[in-house]
Design a protein. Structure first.
Length: 641
């Protein structure tokens, strides 16, 4: 974002605006924080060919703007301190940015558990009331996704000082961690919260990183086409969606007459399908079809129109008279599709909608009075009644195709709108709290996470410490030792932390709630993040990769797993729980184990053919191994020779 200030007032400057005075690139605004102990690189726009003078903290530098008005200046590194005023001057005017601090800048990113605000965390009244240090500054990045990298944040994006009003809606994990780092280090802290609930990691990676990881070529090609011709890209997606459905189900429902007798009548009051009183819909997560037949007079069919379908949850794919109209993601967001002259016909017309719901509410949410066809002459055809539906049984077909330009389920789109505008703004560190959306694809997660940390370091700081929050416990209690569930993704997170010198793992398995995917105890998570962050920066000694195995040795029916901490304890029972011995194909049996000093001894017995030991796998396992300092042992897997 460029900020332009005159001597009397300031206004945001956006692409295409005429620049009569010097403007600044990047996210820096009043009340911002610049990274200490690193050269301060500033860039922006000014009058073409003119000289720009920059002054900060008693130092100044002059540079010449290019023929296009662009300029870049470097100022010496500064120690922690402030507040300061940054002044930019050229022959046309002066720009000022006030109340700047020099300190440590941290990027906090991920999905809903990073987005989760202070007012929903434990003890919200006390946390919001404060006190809050004036040396903690907050920047909330607006939710923006785009098929192309964006250079600017939306107008009004700005740093603020921490106050009860600004802290309330800010990321709880981010703020609690920043507060603890400020207390431990005594330097100003700038916190950038760029997070979006439900987002997959692929949406946070630039296209170049996804190409390097591999396997996303088709998605990126569709994204490129969408940036050039959105209609052509949507048509191509519709063809691929129909091909996927026919390959997996050998039917084409969108070609029907809209009045299938074996489908059920949808309630007149549109709502979550779990409220229909239909046993097939009561606990259904997955897909459902909706259909409607309606009639038009010749004069109506001769017009273009807009089709208003009300709110859906989560993703729709919509057909009119057998022709694909489009697909849109959004939790309850209204769907509106343009209808061309060729799409309507006199007499019977049909609408078919396939809806994918992966969490929470599902189906057509209406309201019914908002579901209508609005013709070009201003008249309306009510479409809120008469819908029929059928649930789609879940099988091996998987989730199915989704448009790659989608926000949370897309590819590179959130990076384009929420990370790319940061430019190369220097930062001290990063915190990544994400993975729930990728939990069903845990095998591929390690490569994606490594690509993310590599990109952050290439962009913001080559020595950037990154703390990864390992997913907490959530979901059903399983008595099946073979069930991996979220364990696969947790292990991917651990392996990345183990492989990278400046990546650490904050273990949160005991900070979850098995019936709430958004546990409220964000203070505990932030405490773990802070310890790991300080450890990565060399300011304290702690377990950077989780309290996890150092090595494994097999001796007959026994396996000795060496651990990094003496004084391990198995709470509430005296013996470790959730230990499984697994054969190579993944068939596992529970195994007995004991703690012996700094090791876990696992008895194989009848599982003597085991090739792997797992601890604390599954979705919400019961885990009881801790250090003497009450840090949980990280969920892990080790291979046996």
């Amino acid at each position: 974002m460029r900020r332009l200030l005159t001597a009397l007032a300031f206004a945001s400057v956006w692409p295409g605006a005429a620049l009569a005075q010097p403007g600044l690139d990047g996210p820096l605004t009043d009340h911002g924080v610049l990274q200490r102990d690193t050269p301060i690189v500033l860039s922006g726009m000014a009058a073409p060919g003119g000289e720009v003078e920059i002054a900060l903290a008693g130092q100044s530098v002059a540079v010449m703007a290019g023929e296009d008005g662009a300029w870049v200046a470097e100022m010496p590194a500064l120690p922690a301190g402030g507040p300061y005023e940054l002044t930019l001057s050229d022959g046309d005017g002066t720009a000022e940015i006030e109340d700047l601090l020099i300190g440590d800048v941290w990027l906090c990113s991920g999905q809903s558990n990073m987005e989760y605000p202070v007012y929903r965390a434990l003890n919200p009244d006390r946390e919001i009331a404060g006190p809050h240090s004036a040396e903690i500054r907050l920047l909330k990045v607006p939710l923006v996704s785009d098929p192309l990298p964006q250079e600017y944040f939306p107008e009004g994006t700005a740093w603020t000082a921490a106050t009860p009003e600004t802290v309330r809606d800010f990321s709880a994990v981010c703020y609690f961690t920043g507060r603890a780092l400020h207390e431990a280090q005594g330097v100003p802290i700038g916190l950038i919260n760029a997070s979006w609930g439900g987002s997959q990691i692929e949406a946070w990676l630039p296209a170049a990183s996804l190409r390097e990881v591999g396997g996303f070529e088709d998605k990126l090609a569709q994204l490129d086409l969408y940036a050039e011709d959105a209609a052509a890209a949507m048509d191509a997606f519709g063809e691929s969606w129909e091909a996927w459905w026919q390959e997996n189900f050998d039917t084409a429902p969108w070609t029907g007459d809209g009045a299938e007798e074996d489908w059920s009548e949808a309630p007149a009051e549109m709502a979550d399908w779990k409220t229909y009183g239909d046993p097939m819909a009561e606990n259904h997560l997955g897909r459902a079809w909706y259909a409607l037949q309606f009639s038009l007079a010749p004069s109506q069919a001769a017009q273009a129109a807009t089709l208003h379908l009300g709110g859906f949850d989560d993703v729709d794919a919509t057909w009119l008279n057998g022709e694909f109209l489009g697909s849109t993601f959004g939790w309850g967001d209204p769907r509106v599709y343009n209808v061309e002259l060729r799409d309507l016909k006199p007499g019977p017309n049909t609408i078919y909608i396939n809806i994918l719901n992966t969490w929470g509410l599902g189906g057509m949410l209406g309201p019914a009075e908002g579901v209508k066809l609005v013709l070009d002459d201003g008249s309306e055809v009510a479409l809120g009644l008469g819908w029929r539906y059928v649930m789609v049984a879940n099988g091996s077909q998987g989730e199915g195709p989704r448009v790659p330009w989608e926000s949370v389920g897309g590819f590179t789109s959130i990076y384009n709108g929420m990370i790319h505008p940061l430019g190369n703004y220097p930062m001290r560190g990063g915190i990544w709290y994400q993975g729930e959306t990728n939990a069903g694809r845990g095998e591929a997660y390690a490569g994606l996470l490594s690509a993310l940390t590599a990109h952050w370091r290439a962009t913001f700081n080559p020595d950037m410490p990154v703390v990864v929050v390992q997913l907490p416990g959530y979901g059903g209690l399983s008595d099946d030792a073979s069930w991996a569930g979220w364990g696969t993704l947790r292990e991917a997170q651990r392996q990345v932390a183990l492989a990278e010198d400046m990546t650490g793992l904050a273990v949160a398995i005991d900070a979850g709630d098995r019936i709430d995917i958004h546990p409220a105890n964000k203070q505990l998570v932030a405490q773990r993040v802070t310890h790991v962050a300080l450890g990565l920066m060399g300011e304290t000694e702690t377990f950077l990769d989780g309290v996890a195995p150092l090595g494994v040795e097999r001796n007959g029916d026994w396996v000795r797993i060496a651990m990094p901490a003496a004084g391990l304890k198995a709470v509430s029972g005296g013996r470790p729980t959730s230990i499984a011995a697994c054969e190579s194909e993944g068939a596992c049996d529970w195994a007995d184990a004991v703690v012996s000093g700094d090791a876990i001894l696992v008895y194989l017995g009848e599982a003597s053919a085991a090739r792997e030991i797992r601890y604390c796998w599954g979705d919400a396992p019961v885990c009881n191994l801790y250090t003497g300092g009450d840090l949980p042992v990280a969920p892990f897997r080790v291979e046996l020779d």
